[in-house]
Write a protein that binds this ligand. Structure first.
Ligand code: CTP
Ligand code: MG
Length: 235
């Protein structure tokens, strides 16, 4: 069933999905790889579309697959599809460029975090609405982290109590995200990093185990398990 977005909503969700998925191994662009019989991108868009307040979803697709992605997502939700760029940042910029000015809250959400729940989308958007210019969902770091030199010799142990593992969706006041992208000179792996460079405050909210990023083959195995055990799942 096609999800109907909220025409009175104040949130745009940008979904960078143009990556190759090199670390996942051969098999085509990662966002189009199957999880429980459906592409990762379909899972991600379905959950984003189910969140309250979402007025617009913009997907940055692999340039060669734009028409295919439009057809793929038509039954899932009303989605705008644009060609992505050579790196994640340019894919986000391409999606951001089609967001109309009246949308105040922009979330950036990796297709690779296919199982991020709608509730997480809502909590990040709520924190932006509540006054934060930039919001990231985070989890505590569970491994002991060492700093090493070029010869793999340990320089020291990092205090992990002050570290956080960062997920998406990341949420922004629209004007702040536009300014951060306009000012970015180096490549960043997330959008909050660009906002930090502007000297702006970035707020952390609790993340979700289900918002894990599918990067390596083992992540797909874990995601299949999570999908089969989601609340309401018939699997
Ligand atoms: N992404 C994108 N455009 C790119 C590169 C990445 O839209 N040129 C997206 C990916 O599709 C993914 C998200 O950014 O949803 C996070 O990137 P990552 O997990 O690194 O995915 P890939 O780049 O596809 O994977 P890899 O780095 O293993 O090739
Ligand atoms: Mg990548």
């Amino acid at each position: 069933m096609t999800a109907h977005l909220d025409p009175r909503g104040d949130v745009a969700v940008l979904v960078p999905a143009a990556g190759a998925g090199v670390r996942l191994g051969p098999g085509g662009p990662k966002a189009l790889r199957l999880l429980g019989g459906e592409p990762l991108l379909v899972h991600a868009v379905r959950r984003a579309a189910a969140a309250r307040g979402v007025r617009l979803i913009v997907v940055a697709a692999p340039p060669a697959d734009v028409a295919f992605v439009r057809e793929l997502l038509a039954p899932v939700a009303e989605v705008t599809v644009v060609p992505g760029g050579a790196d994640r940042q340019s894919s986000v910029s391409a999606a951001l460029s089609v967001v109309p000015p009246e949308v105040d809250v922009v979330l950036v959400h990796d297709a690779a975090r296919a199982l991020a729940p709608a509730a997480l989308v809502e909590s990040v958007a709520a924190a932006v609405r509540g006054g934060a210019g930039a919001v990231i969902p985070v989890l505590p770091v569970v491994d002991t982290i060492k700093e090493v030199d070029a010869s793999e010799v340990v320089l020291g142990t990092v205090d992990r109590s002050t570290l956080r593992a960062v997920q998406t969706p990341q949420g922004f006041r629209r004007d702040l995200l536009v300014a951060a992208h306009a000012a970015a000179v180096a490549a960043h792996t997330d959008d909050a990093g660009m906002v930090e460079k502007l000297g702006e405050r970035v707020l952390c909210v609790p993340g979700s185990d289900h918002a894990m990023k599918i990067t390596r083959p083992i992540d797909l195995v874990l995601a299949e398990y999570l999908l089969g055990h989601e609340a309401g799942s018939t699997a």
